[in-house]
Write a protein that binds this ligand. Structure first.
Ligand code: SAM
Length: 243
């Protein structure tokens, strides 16, 4: 058990090194001083997604500002395994669930993808980013998953990177059991989950034509998109990731 587990942990988009001082953004200052009631000399942990985790100390608290300074490094940088989650956006609270659980499950990149039956294409990427940061703070990650700009399915397939397998969660009857595919999987991978209404026949055949696509079944029942995302990521982590 890491001895500093109990210290509050915050994300900061800043270069972290011993002796650096930062005036906290308003929201974080409020959280630390008014909610957690941290005072001068109290300690916390800070990470920025690249430089590992650092011990910090509150050096100045006033109505106007809260300043912390960086003391020393507690944990060296560490990245989660390379696994992408491509998902058709669904209704807001379920999207938030996907972002949170995928961050906890160690996804390295999230790609919202608009499909023909996507009903919630308008996304607040800034809001989604803060949901990801909140999940990363809680789950003790040292890196942050990358959140990409939304693309549509055909564009995504057209620009698909070499050597990366796209594992397509296909609710059609003839898809291969997921474990058979994961057992044989080699090299980098991405997972693809459809929207509430699923993929159209055109999309399914277009996906199946791609040589980098493997379509998999997640069992005999129809899962909600967020359940499918969580389940497929869990299986990938257990078979190919860092569990
Ligand atoms: N079209 C589905 C239906 O028949 O009602 C609903 C789609 S489901 C809510 C959302 C997505 O989750 C699907 O597009 C697929 O990517 C994934 N999914 C759900 N159940 C699945 C299963 N049993 N096997 C493979 N993928 C599944």
């Amino acid at each position: 058990m890491r001895e500093n587990y109990t210290l509050t942990r915050i994300y900061m988009d800043a270069a972290l090194q011993a002796g650096a001082r930062f005036e906290l953004p308003k929201a974080q200052a409020h959280y630390l001083t008014n909610v957690l009631r941290l005072e001068v000399t109290d300690e916390l942990r800070v990470f920025n997604g690249n430089d590992g985790e650092w011990r910090a100390r509150v050096s100045d608290v006033s109505r106007k500002k809260t300043v912390i300074y960086i003391v020393d490094q507690l944990r060296a940088p560490q990245s989660c395994p390379d696994i992408w989650l491509c998902f058709a956006p669904v209704r807001k609270h379920r999207n938030a669930f996907i972002l949170e659980k995928a961050t906890e499950l160690g996804v390295s990149l999230m790609q919202p993808v608009v499909t023909e039956r996507t009903q919630h294409a308008k996304l607040r990427l800034d809001k989604m980013q803060s949901q990801i940061i909140e999940a990363a703070e809680q789950t003790e990650r040292l890196d942050l998953p990358t959140l990409k700009e939304t693309v549509n399915l055909d564009q995504m397939l057209h620009n698909w990177p070499d050597k990366r397998t796209l594992i397509f969660a296909d609710e059609g009857e003839d898809a291969e059991p997921v474990m058979n595919v994961l057992k044989k999987l080699k090299g980098p991978a991405a997972l693809l989950i459809g929207p509430e209404g699923g993929f159209t026949d055109r999309e399914r055949s277009h996906l199946r034509e791609q040589k980098f696509v493997k379509s998999v079944s997640l069992g005999p029942r129809i899962l909600r998109a967020d359940t499918a995302a969580l389940s497929l990521l869990t299986l990938w982590q257990a078979m190919q990731g860092d569990w």
